[in-house]
Design a binder for this molecule. Structure first.
Ligand code: NAD
Ligand code: UFG
Length: 338
């Protein structure tokens, strides 16, 4: 029996494939290579020391997915495939709804036709919106999202909840990620954004290797200890291990389960800059800029539900996240090879 991993060559998917295979789980990957390089596949193989199936296929291609389900013995799906850039989603809402929402509908229909009713979905803390107060718990109201990307996550959560209401043979795990950073300890896998990074850590690492002059800190007048935004950064390997627990849960039990995957600790932008400088020995010059539209002051999780029900807890601290991000960036200044 295999786990189908959609978007499995991307940042979080690739780290999850490594942890799944290291635990003896068979993996089949589907990715359309829109936001990753094929060499990510070679890096995963090299790390786990064995081959696995990869299909270059778009999740909106029902025929292609059907063939994969016909050929492979798939017991459950971890669904990472999606577009994720908040700003781009404002400019291209139709593309985001088509890729993320329509893609998920096609996938779910193919799964149902093949009697595969177990899915772990990549949701986001963004579904908590602007109004909930941290620490965020899974029972808080969701949906006050401010951009099309966030809306796709919220809509997919609604679709999956409705699906479970219609048929309780499904096992659905919604994982709400906080801010994944870090990289594999080997330095051979990490985050490889296209163009100018939107997110904090890849921007910092590009300043550190000299690709960018300075970091722009988006606002220092928030109601936080140093005025800069506070987030719950989580090491991508901890996040990957959370998926292992989630898929084990889905394999064992029917139901609709929702978990935060975070550390429960908030760090400000300047905390991250300092931690990175210490871990890397590099200076990170920064300039304070205006607030970024749509940002909130503080966002961190209460991760206790995942501990109580999955036995999962993030183990890696901010120093390790920074060290590993730096090892990846400094040894792969141009990311994955073409
Ligand atoms: P990523 O872009 O690195 O990985 C996504 C992968 O999906 C890419 O390899 C891309 O080529 C593939 N893909 C996209 N559309 C596809 C399609 N239609 N068919 C097949 N493959 C497709 O992103 P990531 O950071 O690894 O994120 C994975 C998931 O987690 C996404 O759904 C994202 O929205 C969600 N998420 C990410 C973060 C974050 O900060 N990285 C936070 C919360 C949630
Ligand atoms: N920041 C800067 N300068 C930058 C980039 C970010 O100061 O160049 C700040 C932001 O203002 C924020 C913090 O660093 O205070 C973190 O910003 P990120 O862009 O790294 O992360 P966000 O919390 O804004 O967004 C992330 C994901 C989204 C997801 C959201 C909520 O990128 O996909 O978490 O889960 F929706």
């Amino acid at each position: 029996m295999s786990v189908l991993v959609t978007g499995g060559l991307g940042y979080i998917g690739s780290h999850t494939c490594v942890e799944l295979m290291n635990s003896g789980v068979e993996v089949v990957v589907v990715d359309n290579l829109y936001n990753c390089k094929k060499s990510s596949y070679d890096r995963i193989k090299a790390l786990v020391g064995k081959d696995f199936k990869f299909y270059e296929c778009d999740i909106r291609d029902a025929e292609g997915l059907n063939e994969i389900f016909d050929k492979e013995n798939i017991s459950s799906v971890i669904h990472f495939a999606g577009l994720k850039a908040v700003g781009e989603s404002v400019a291209k809402p139709l593309e985001y709804f088509d890729n993320n929402v329509n893609g998920t509908l096609v996938l779910l229909d193919v799964m149902r036709k093949h009697g595969c009713k177990k899915i772990v979905f990549s949701s986001s803390a963004t579904v908590y919106g602007m109004n909930n107060v941290s620490p965020l718990t899974e029972d808080m109201e969701v949906g006050g999202v401010t951009n099309p990307y966030g809306r796709t996550k919220y809509m997919i959560e609604c679709i999956l909840k409705d699906l479970y209401t219609s048929d309780d043979e499904w096992s659905i795990v919604l994982l709400r990620y906080f801010n994944p950073i870090g990289a594999h300890k080997s330095g051979t896998m990490g985050e490889d954004p296209n163009g100018i990074p939107n997110n904090l850590m890849p921007y910092i690492t590009q300043v550190a290797i000299g690709k960018r002059e300075h970091l722009n800190v988006w606002g220092d007048d928030y109601d936080t200890p140093d005025g800069t935004g506070v987030r719950d950064y989580i090491h991508v390997v901890d996040l990957a291990l959370g998926h292992l627990k989630a898929v084990e849960k889905a394999e064992k039990e029917n139901g609709l389960f929702i978990y935060n995957l975070g550390t429960g600790v908030g760090y400000s932008v300047l905390d991250v800059v300092k931690a990175f400088e210490k871990a890397s020995g590099q200076d990170i010059p920064y300039v304070i800029g205006p607030r970024r539209a749509g940002d909130i002051a503080t966002c961190y999780s209460d991760p206790s539900k995942a501990l109580n029900e999955l036995g999962w807890k993030a183990e890696r601290g901010i120093e390790e996240m920074c060290e590993d991000s730096w090892r990846w960036q400094s040894t792969n200044p141009n990311g994955y090879p073409d």
